[in-house]
Design a protein around this ligand. Structure first.
Ligand SMILES: Cc1cc2nc3c(=O)[nH]c(=O)nc-3n(C[C@H](O)[C@H](O)[C@H](O)COP(=O)(O)O)c2cc1C
Length: 304
């Protein structure tokens, strides 16, 4: 999740457990092959990929996500991330951001199945045969008329997996997620389909699996709202008590302020508290106390 789920958060959450794979925040591909340095910034797990595979400290594989519209350039960048050691490459066809869509990236591409086909094909042709190429879509841009055609185009171009966020671009993040549409897509293609959208609890996960027919699910905002959601869904764990979340907030402090990242920290911790307060009343109180604090140290003092 762009802007909120960086490698530090991946480390923290995968240490708790329950996750089989992480996808990075999207990396915007425009005209050139992006430098190693930029890829290492987006996905520091690549730095140790040769020795340990591209994984979080807990050993969970990490896949780089690319967002762009030029097939050849996307292919060249995909080849690069695979060479750097990414656990496959994921393509973002779902981003609703105005600026991204204006530049013909993300969800706008869902208006044109042929374009999706060209991008996925170019990536498939550019990477080794055994490299995983996955794609993430929404159900459409304005409406769902092309949901199945888009999915079939992605499969025909050779993608190995498809994740479906069960809403159109226009529906934004407005509930409900239309899990029944994932089932329709799944019935019309043969590659594995991963269900996404509005999974915030074990009950949501079970319902989503029943309706979509998918065993595999992807979690976005829920991972920030309930830090052990992976375990809650997979191992029937109880929700993490607030005292443990408080400790995580302190652990995150050490991560985020380590190595000159402290200028990002106030913003990041406030963003995380905004998600946590949807699950924990205590987080709301804490958010009110830190929202006007501007320096990392002041916030850390308050947390302690
Ligand atoms: C702040 C934010 C940033 C996101 N960034 C990305 C991204 O970089 N790549 C992506 O594929 N999806 C991104 N998403 C979409 C989520 O991955 C997910 O598809 C969506 O939130 C629905 O799932 P959820 O209900 O589990 O959150 C983002 C969502 C939010 C709220």
């Amino acid at each position: 999740m762009e802007g909120v789920l960086d490698h530090l958060m991946r480390d923290l959450l995968t240490k708790i457990g329950g996750y089989d794979l992480c996808i990075t925040e999207f990396v915007r591909v425009v005209e050139h092959v992006i430098s190693d340095k930029a890829y290492f910034r987006a996905c520091p797990e690549l730095k140790n990929a040769n020795a340990y595979g591209c994984t979080t400290q807990a050993g969970t594989p990490v896949r780089v996500q690319l967002l762009g519209q030029h097939p050849n350039c996307m292919g060249d960048n995909a080849a690069k991330v695979i060479e750097l050691g990414s656990h496959g490459v994921d393509i973002n066809f779902g981003c609703p951001a105005k600026m991204v869509n204006k530049n013909r990236g993300g969800a706008i591409l869902l208006k044109d199945p042929e374009n999706l086909y060209q991008i996925v094909s170019a990536i498939k042709n550019a990477v080794p045969n055994d490299a995983i190429v996955s794609a993430k879509i929404r159900l459409g841009y304005e409406d769902k008329n092309l949901a199945i055609e888009n999915s079939q185009a992605i499969e025909a171009a050779g993608a190995s997996e498809l994740t479906v966020h069960a809403r159109t671009k226009v529906e934004g993040y407005k509930p409900p997620a239309h899990w029944q549409w994932i089932a329709k897509i799944k019935q019309n293609i043969n590659i594995p389909v991963i269900a996404n959208g509005d999974i915030f609890s074990a009950e949501n996960a079970q319902k989503c699996r029943e309706i979509s027919g998918c065993e595999d699910i992807m979690i976005g905002r829920g991972a920030l709202m309930l830090p052990n959601l992976g375990q809650v869904v997979k191992q029937q764990a109880s929700a993490m008590p607030w005292a443990e979340v408080q400790q995580l907030l302190l652990d995150y402090t050490q991560y985020e302020t380590y190595g000159d990242k402290s200028k990002y920290y106030p913003n990041r911790i406030k963003q995380w508290l905004k998600y946590l307060k949807l699950e924990y009343g205590e987080a709301d109180k804490l958010f009110q106390e830190v929202r006007c604090l501007k320096t990392a140290q002041n916030i850390i003092d308050k947390l302690r």
